[in-house]
Design a protein around this ligand. Structure first.
Ligand code: ZN
Ligand code: ZN
Length: 188
């Protein structure tokens, strides 16, 4: 087990992701507001804590509700998918979602009667998508040696890694034997 990375401060409550958009829903279609986030460690949901969240976003009043568009950067701690080192990955999130208003049936995101837009469920979904392919400590992480387990970022362990997989070697031998026992017959 790797030791857990301790955050010095408690993560912020997910309530900070509830935005009061009453002035936007009260305005006519075409009205828009630019805003930005710059948050430290943040509890997004029961199962997701971000190390930080920052970036600009825009809220636009449309006929159907409020369109949220953002280019956020989320910090996510985890283990590197290749070398298992504890890592702070930066996940770019391209967010674009319509929050319906007034509340309509059959929509995933909507603005409450209280005029609050809750960013947390959308944010959680976007982070899970962005992180689904695994976190990397750096784009060119060389991972662990499959033979001795050494981190190849730190040193060259000296193992011969271009050896053929033993199962493939056995297969190759069989193929070689088949080739020698089944010489093509000469046309006479
Ligand atoms: Zn790595
Ligand atoms: Zn090795």
């Amino acid at each position: 087990m790797m030791p857990q990375v301790n955050e010095t401060a408690r993560p912020l409550n997910p309530r900070v992701l509830r935005l009061n958009v009453g002035d936007i829903t009260g305005a006519g279609p075409g009205y828009r507001q630019e805003a930005s986030l710059d948050l430290p460690a943040l509890q997004v949901s029961d199962d997701l804590v971000l190390a930080f969240l920052r970036g600009p976003f825009r809220l636009s009043r449309t006929r159907e509700g409020v369109l949220l568009q953002g280019e956020l950067l989320a910090g996510l701690r985890g283990e590197c998918d290749r070398c298992l080192t504890p890592t702070l990955a930066e996940l770019p999130l391209q967010m674009e979602e319509l929050y319906s208003y007034p509340l309509a049936s059959g929509v995933e995101f909507s603005i409450g009667e209280d005029g609050m837009l809750d960013l947390a469920p959308l944010l959680r979904a976007e982070v899970l998508i962005a992180g689904a392919s695994g976190l990397l400590c750096r784009a060119d992480c060389r991972g662990l040696c499959p033979r001795c387990g050494a981190s190849l970022n730190e040193r060259d362990c000296g193992c011969e890694l271009d050896d053929v997989d033993p199962r493939l070697a056995a297969l190759r031998q069989l193929l070689d034997e088949a080739a020698t026992t089944q010489e093509p017959e000469q046309e006479s």
